[in-house]
Structures are given as structure tokens and as C-alpha cells.
Ligand binder design. Structure first.
Ligand code: B12
Ligand code: SF4
Ligand code: SF4
Length: 319
């Protein structure tokens, strides 16, 4: 990897917007070439899975300026705090508690435009510059790590002080000139140095000890956040969350504090649980379930009902 280490102190900032905690920093687009070269090497060395579920996400990602914004100068990187979700549900006379990984639920009390207005007022402090969301177009962990805002964990996730890995990362391009040159090497958290907990806790052995990408084809999340059948080789007791998988995060020492503060979502009645297990469409109960779980099930019934029906069945079989 070519190195352009700047050993000056990381300059990271934080703010609260509508009761949500954010941390952020900026990185110049002049480092895009170097970021892309690292990715190209992974492609050349065939270190990246060719699984179609994965390629749908990453094939559109490239560290290049979009054709409609060639004058962009910086990427603003935001990390929003997230929480582990816990749902109590009643089923066959018993109460079961199940997890939803951070990031798969949440009631947003602001929209994208309000956040962009906040950035204009408080970060660029001008409305003369464009701020364009580009999260889906960038490998956001690598740029966040190299910006100095976060560090990689051995589990391939990005960690940020005080937030652990319970973060949602967002990127915005802007033509505002921050006059900021910092850019770091890929860095692993100090906590990982003598630790291998995530490697041993991953139920499907997807995480390796070196700093290579995880074996994406073995990651439970690749299957349980997408529609379709769950592969047979993921044995039923290995499933642990309604969406995603918590095994490489919940035992991580760097998440010790954030694990203490889960969000207790609502309790589902027997009737509501049965409705999800049957995948019943257009029920008047869907609105209250969506509200309790903070997931827009009623709005996107085709996707959510089939995925939740399948995942919930496997979790309830287990408990
Ligand atoms: C595709 C994708 C997936 C795929 C593949 C995951 C993967 N690791 O690539 C699947 C569906 C499996 C998945 C799972 C999850 N995901 Co996901 N996913 C993405 C997505 C869309 C792209 C990720 C990507 O670019 N992968 C490509 C690989 C090449 O990148 P990489 O993992 O960063 O690999 C780097 C290291 O190997 C590193 N490396 C190389 N040399 C060296 C040297 C050193 C010293 C070090 C330290 C590192 C290092 O270089 C590689 C690339 O530069 C991003 C959103 C986005 N816009 O980026 C979300 C994202 C990464 N996912 C996210 C989350 C939360 C998850 C899950 C935790 C969900 C869950 N289970 O609850 C799991 C975690 C699985 C895991 N351990 O990685 C969050 C991560 C937040 C965080 N804390 O980092 C993101 C950023 C979404 C978001 N906008 O917030 N995800
Ligand atoms: S469990 Fe240990 S090795 Fe894995 S990310 Fe956390 S600190 Fe690093
Ligand atoms: S999310 Fe689960 S399956 Fe995927 S790497 Fe982490 S522990 Fe392994």
C-alpha cells in the first residue's frame, strides 16, 4: 500500500442533532486515487467475493468524482450513533426476547434535507456550496478509517471512540474547501492487538486473523438481510438476530459500553407475532407492529414480511 501517513493528530468533531449524537471529519478527494488503488489490488488478487448479493452493493462503488459534480473537493464523513434493539414477543404462551442489530431499525425525527441544512449552517457555515449524499457510492469504512475518524476492528468493522462499532456511516461530497490535508494509513484498533474474540465467536468462521476482508460468502448477514432461502449450511442455532448477526460485535471489548445501552423496542402480542410468522399482508395490525419495531414494515410489505417471516421462524425454533 502506498503510504501518505500524516502523523498529526486526528481532527474529529462531534455534534448533537435532534437528540442524536454524530461524529464527523473531512477528507480531501485528492486521496481518492490512493483509496481506489487499494481496492483495485483486492479485486486483482481475487480477494473480493463474487457472490451476487455482495456485488449488488459494491459494483457501483468507486473512489471517483461523479460526472455531475467534478468540482467536489472534500468528503464529509458522518458517524451516527446506533443501538442494539431488543424485542419482546409473546409466542405460544411464552415471552421471547430477540435482538435486531443496530442500523436495521430506528425512528428518524429528521430527513436528509434537514441534516444537509444543518451541515450548511454549522459545518461549512455557508449555503453557497453543494452538499451531495454519496454513501452508496463509496466503500465508506476504508475512507472513514483513513480519514482518522475510525479504526478497523479485526472483524472488518469501523470503530469510533465512545461509539464502538454501533454506528451508521454516511458520506457527503462538497465543493467547500476545508483546507485540510490529513490522511492516515489503514489502522487496526489497539484493542485488537492481543484479542481474537470476534474470530472465535463468529459462528461461521468468516473472520480471519490477518487484516484481509472477511469471507463475505460465510457471513450470516449476507443471507438474512436479503430475501430468498437461508442456506442449509448455516445451522439453525447459529442465527441470533431478526436482521443481521451480532456475534462479532456483542462480545467485543471495544463495544462493552455500548452493549450496556440497548434500545428496548415494544412488546409484540401473540396475535402480532402470529401475523409476522404467517407473513399476512395488509393487516390493520401492521401499523402498530411497524411503530413498535421502528421498521417500515407496513410501507414495504413485500420485502419486510417475507424476510421477517423467514428469520423469525428460525429464531423461534431455536428458543
Ligand atoms: C457490502 C456490505 C456488507 C456485506 C459485506 C461486508 C463486508 N465486510 O464487506 C454484508 C452483507 C455481509 C455486510 C454485513 C454487515 N454490515 Co455491511 N455494508 C456493506 C457495504 C454496502 C459495503 C462494504 C464494502 O465496501 N465492502 C468491501 C470490503 C473490501 O471492504 P472492507 O470490509 O472495508 O475491507 C477492508 C479491509 O480488509 C481493509 N484492509 C486492507 N488492508 C488492511 C490493513 C490493515 C492494517 C487494516 C486494519 C485493514 C486493512 O481494506 C479493505 C478495503 O479497503 C457498506 C456500506 C458502504 N457504503 O460502504 C455496509 C456497512 C459496511 N455495513 C455495516 C454493518 C453495520 C454491517 C453488519 C454489522 C450488519 C450486522 N450484522 O448487523 C455486518 C458486519 C459484517 C462484517 N463483520 O463485516 C455498516 C458498518 C458500520 C461499521 N461500524 O463499520 C456499513 C458501513 C453501513 C453503513 N452505512 O453504516 N455488509
Ligand atoms: S473482538 Fe477483539 S479482535 Fe475483534 S474487533 Fe473487538 S477488540 Fe478487535
Ligand atoms: S456478522 Fe456474524 S457471520 Fe458475519 S462476520 Fe460477524 S459474526 Fe461472522
Amino acid at each position: 500500500m502506498t503510504s501518505s501517513i500524516d502523523d498529526s493528530e486526528e481532527k474529529n468533531y462531534s455534534f448533537n442533532f435532534k437528540n442524536t449524537k454524530f461524529k464527523y471529519t473531512v477528507v480531501s478527494v485528492k486521496f481518492f486515487d490512493e483509496l481506489q488503488k487499494d481496492l483495485d489490488k483486492l479485486y486483482q488478487n481475487e480477494n473480493l467475493s463474487t457472490h451476487k448479493n455482495f456485488r449488488v452493493y459494491i459494483d457501483k462503488m468507486k473512489f471517483v468524482l461523479p460526472e455531475d459534480f467534478p468540482s467536489a473537493k472534500y468528503v464529509i464523513l458522518l458517524a451516527r450513533e446506533t443501538k442494539l434493539g431488543l424485542i419482546d414477543l409473546n409466542y405460544e404462551g411464552k415471552k421471547h426476547q430477540i435482538m435486531i442489530s443496530p442500523g436495521y431499525f430506528g425512528k428518524s425525527n429528521y430527513d436528509q434535507n434537514e441534516l444537509i441544512d444543518y451541515i450548511k449552517t454549522n459545518i461549512t457555515k455557508s449555503s453557497d456550496y453543494r452538499i451531495e449524499p454519496v454513501t452508496g457510492n463509496l466503500h465508506i469504512k476504508s475512507i472513514t478509517v483513513r480519514s482518522g475518524l475510525g479504526r478497523y476492528g479485526r472483524n472488518n468493522l469501523c470503530y469510533i471512540d465512545e461509539m464502538g462499532s454501533f454506528i451508521a456511516l454516511r458520506a457527503y461530497l462538497t465543493d467547500f474547501d476545508f483546507k485540510e490535508e490529513k490522511f492516515f494509513d489503514m489502522r487496526l484498533m489497539d484493542a485488537c492487538e492481543n484479542c481474537r474474540i470476534c474470530v472465535t465467536k463468529c459462528p461461521t468462521q468468516a473472520i480471519s486473523e490477518d487484516n484481509s476482508p472477511i469471507d463475505v460468502d460465510r457471513c450470516i448477514t449476507l443471507y438474512n438481510e436479503n430475501p430468498g432461502e437461508l442456506p442449509d449450511w448455516i445451522e439453525q442455532p447459529l442465527h441470533n438476530a431478526l436482521f443481521g448477526c451480532m456475534s462479532c460485535q456483542m462480545f467485543c471489548p471495544a463495544n462493552k459500553d455500548v452493549m450496556k445501552n440497548p434500545l428496548h423496542l415494544g412488546e409484540l402480542t401473540e396475535e402480532e407475532t402470529m401475523l409476522l410468522l404467517k407473513g399476512t399482508k395488509d393487516s390493520p395490525l401492521l401499523a402498530s407492529i411497524s411503530e413498535k419495531l421502528q421498521i417500515p414494515i407496513a410501507k414495504h410489505q413485500d420485502y419486510y414480511l417475507s424476510v421477517i417471516q423467514r428469520n423469525l421462524k428460525v429464531l423461534l425454533e431455536k428458543s
